[in-house]
Design a binder for this molecule. Structure first.
Ligand SMILES: O=C(O)CCC(=O)C(=O)O
Ligand SMILES: [Fe+2]
Length: 341
């Protein structure tokens, strides 16, 4: 195991060698990923093979959507069950609540979607179908929106599976270790718009309060403007993330942290407010939250790090509920983090 805490910025990793035939390229990339996941929990990827136009069309559609009048956006509201679908207006979410921290609401609006594929037959008719495969709703006034979002979602799913295969290699597992746990994935994607700030935020109010992601892996495309993503360093302080313009930022989620017995870090991050001279700049950001199959068992991988299990095995569906609902409802979590189950 490498010395923890050496990385003080988010490293850029070129995935291109991992697509080469043969093992050498995959080994090299997996080693780079492993170091990033152990030390800072974040890395950016280039050479990922996601077509530029899929990203550009998504960003254009998302920006045009957020420019619509509020009453138009409210025509596809978030479902009352607080499932990650549809439009959430400014003031309706506070991510720090998921960490047990009470703050004013985050300064963001968003549009969320879930799986493109239908629910697996085993869960049709169960409450889990309703929760994880709740139908997506699409803004009728934007004809290209759905196709742009679905195309991007499918690219992210493909990239997530590729990165998970590298995660498996980094953990000295078979490359396909995660494959059967993610072949009916329940991932969600959220286009977030952080509007220009017309007045000073309230005390403790951010664009996105500090939190960890409770998924396997997040893949994020965000505008690199002031008032952007910041990652907590192990020894305190926050570092700004400035990815290359063609890069995606990836981070380890709580599930992967559990899978690795906390050897990999699901790190705290937040989205800062812009400095006064940049308050007029909005920011678009699109995180893809990769989630496994509903019944995937999250059980720590002891073979590599060789330590006992810190956490009891948990089914993904149960784990998800414990944390997600707290952020959505903006009710304080009873414990500092839902990680302990
Ligand atoms: O907008 C960003 O850069 C990050 C957003 C984020 O961390 C989240 O929504 O979970
Ligand atoms: Fe996040």
């Amino acid at each position: 195991m490498s010395q923890k805490g050496e990385l003080t910025e988010v490293p850029a990793i070129d995935l291109a060698p991992s697509f080469d035939p043969g093992e050498a390229g995959r080994d090299r990339v997996a080693a780079e990923i492993r170091r990033a996941c152990e030390e800072i929990g974040f890395f950016s990827v280039i050479g990922h093979r996601v077509p530029d136009d899929v990203v550009a069309v998504l960003q254009r559609e998302a920006k045009d959507y957020f420019a619509l009048p509020l009453e138009e956006k409210l025509k596809t509201p978030q479902p009352p069950e607080k499932i990650s679908r549809g439009y959430s207006h400014v003031g309706s979410r506070g991510l720090a609540f998921s960490m047990g921290k009470e703050t004013p609401p985050d300064l963001q609006e968003s549009f969320a979607m879930g799986p493109v594929k239908p629910a697996p037959s085993a869960i049709v008719g169960t409450p889990q179908e309703k929760l994880f495969f709740f139908p997506n709703s699409w803004p009728e006034q934007r004809p290209g929106f759905r196709a742009a979002f679905e195309a991007y979602y499918c690219e992210m799913d493909r990239l997530a599976v590729h990165i998970l295969r590298l995660f498996a290699r980094a953990l000295k597992l078979d490359d396909g270790f995660f494959d059967e746990k993610v072949n009916q994935a329940t991932s969600t994607m959220r286009a977030i718009y952080y509007p220009p700030q017309e007045q000073m935020p309230a005390l403790g109010q951010l664009r996105a309060g500090e939190h960890t992601d409770y998924d396997t892996l997040t893949i994020l495309k965000g505008d690199d403007v002031p008032g952007g993503l910041q990652v907590k360093l192990r020894h305190g302080g926050w570092v700004d993330v400035h990815p290359r313009s063609d890069a995606f930022v990836c981070n380890v989620g709580d599930l992967m942290m559990r899978w690795t017995n906390d050897e990999w870090v699901s790190n705290l991050h937040r989205v800062a407010n812009p400095p006064p001279e940049a308050m007029k700049l909005g920011r678009l950001s699109v995180p893809f939250f990769h989630n496994p199959n509903v019944d995937a068992e999250i059980r720590c991988v002891t073979s590599f790090y060789g330590k006992g299990e810190k956490y009891p095995p948990v089914r993904f569906g149960d784990f998800y509920l414990s944390k997600h609902m707290k952020a959505q409802n903006m009710t304080k979590a009873p414990e500092a983090s839902a990680r302990s189950g």
